[in-house]
Design a protein around this ligand. Structure first.
Ligand code: C5P
Length: 407
């Protein structure tokens, strides 16, 4: 099978293993999902431990296996709510008839059912049971109810069973399970695309202890990285110094100066389909960063003069490269916002520009909100004030629409 199912890369999959003879297949599945770059944590029901030892799955997943709902030790390490929040997907393999029944009736009397109830991420079940159990009206009613509520049903397969019967109820083959799992993440307006995002401020050294920088928080760039990941993209986040935690699945490259950011962007450009320059890059840097701390009153002077040289324009260079990624810029302006942004769009040869008013303290730098106009060669759309996260989702949609038009 395809060795590069990019959609599984860095996905956090909470694997639930319930009690059935197919439980041993969870070991192989764990390893194979990890081969595709997924991160796996495992919850076993008590009856699953009768079929395969937690130690086996712990060794394979390199994380402790979660077994109990009310164990103070495990709850303090990573409790059921944290587990539910951690997951991008809860995948139950194998799902027994009993588990389907309990999930369908909303039980929360063990760790796995409780986490399923607490989770807001998608849940997928891969049933495995004797064909007569699968065919029973009760099981059929349960699986239909679960599907009607949005639970994804993977399988079951048809064929010879462990008990000697033949019929529907076999666990899907591992290859097919992996493929089906990867398809669940394929919501993807940007599936298969690599997006490079610059974010945050840059710092331009004056001497070993001082620098020139700006008020960029990195919030918009990081929110966009998350939205691109959620749309199925692979994300390279080239970030200046910020206080933020990078989205878990982003490939973070931490940089300090504009030159540093430029060099890292250039070195990864050949991998990039879409470039979004959100960083507030310093346009100038001190011509000489002194090796030693500049002393106060050095030559008995009341003034200090620094000479600046221009930094490379990172996004303009990207937009000038061949082949050129779809290139998106930001224009932080304090006046004549739209006119300046359109000028920048043309001069820098951008495909899209997002203009915002940083003079308004309620929005822009450091705020969680943004109010923007998105412009391209033949059009524009005004975005009302919204969270940087919501704006990011809109930007992703607009990017994906433009890319589709190009093909
Ligand atoms: O020219 P100005 O700095 O206003 O342009 C803003 C856009 O250009 C942003 O997308 C920013 O990330 C990018 N930029 C850049 N390199 C620079 C200056 C700005 O990539 N040196």
């Amino acid at each position: 099978m395809d060795n590069t199912l990019l959609t599984l890369r860095n996905r956090r999959i909470l694997l639930g293993v319930t009690g059935g003879i197919a439980a041993y297949k969870a070991a192989e599945l764990t390893r194979r999902l990890q081969d595709q770059g997924a991160k796996i944590r495992i919850i076993m029901t008590r009856s699953a431990t009768e079929f395969i030892t937690p130690l086996t799955l712990q060794a394979l997943s390199t994380n402790p296996v979660h077994l109990d709902l009310l164990n103070p030790d495990t709850e303090s390490a990573m409790g059921h709510i944290e587990l539910a929040r951690w997951a991008d997907l809860i995948l139950i393999v194998p799902a027994s008839a009993n588990f389907l029944a309990r999930l369908a009736s909303g039980h929360s009397d063990d760790l796995l059912t409780t986490v399923c109830l607490a989770a807001e991420c998608p849940v997928a079940v891969a049933p495995a049971m004797n064909q007569a159990m699968w065919a029973k009206p009760a099981t059929q009613a349960n699986q239909k109810l679960l599907v009607s509520r949005g639970v994804h049903l993977l399988g079951p397969d048809h064929g010879i069973q462990a008990c000697g019967d033949t019929g529907a109820g076999r666990l899907l083959e591992i290859d097919r399970l992996i493929l089906a799992t990867s398809e669940l993440f394929d919501s993807g307006e940007l599936t298969g695309k690599t997006v490079m995002i610059t974010a945050g401020p840059t710092r331009e050294a004056i001497d070993p202890v001082r620098y020139i920088s700006n008020h960029s928080s990195g919030k918009q760039g990081y929110a966009l990285a998350q939205a691109a990941l959620d749309a199925g993209a692979r994300v390279i986040l080239i970030s200046g110094p910020t206080q933020l935690a990078a989205p878990d699945r982003a490939e973070l490259v931490s940089v300090v100066s504009a030159q540093d950011m430029h060099d890292n962007v250039q070195s990864r450009l050949s991998e990039t389909d879409i470039f979004v320059g959100v960083a507030a890059v310093a346009d100038y840097r001190p011509k000489l960063a002194q090796n030693q701390k500049i002393k106060k009153n050095a030559a008995n002077k009341r003034t200090l003069t620094l000479e600046f040289v221009e930094n490379p324009d990172i996004i303009a260079e990207v937009a000038d490269s061949v082949p050129k990624p779809f290139t998106v810029g930001f224009a932080a302006e304090t006046e004549n916002i739209e006119a300046y942004a359109r000028k920048k769009l043309i001069e820098k040869k951008l495909d899209l520009i997002i203009a915002n008013n940083v003079a308004n303290a309620q929005i822009g730098f450091n705020s969680d909100l943004n109010e923007t106009t998105i412009l391209w060669q033949e059009g524009k759309v005004n975005m009302p004030t919204m969270s940087k996260r919501a704006l990011s989702e809109k930007i992703v949609t607009i990017i994906s629409q433009h890319i589709k038009q190009r093909i």
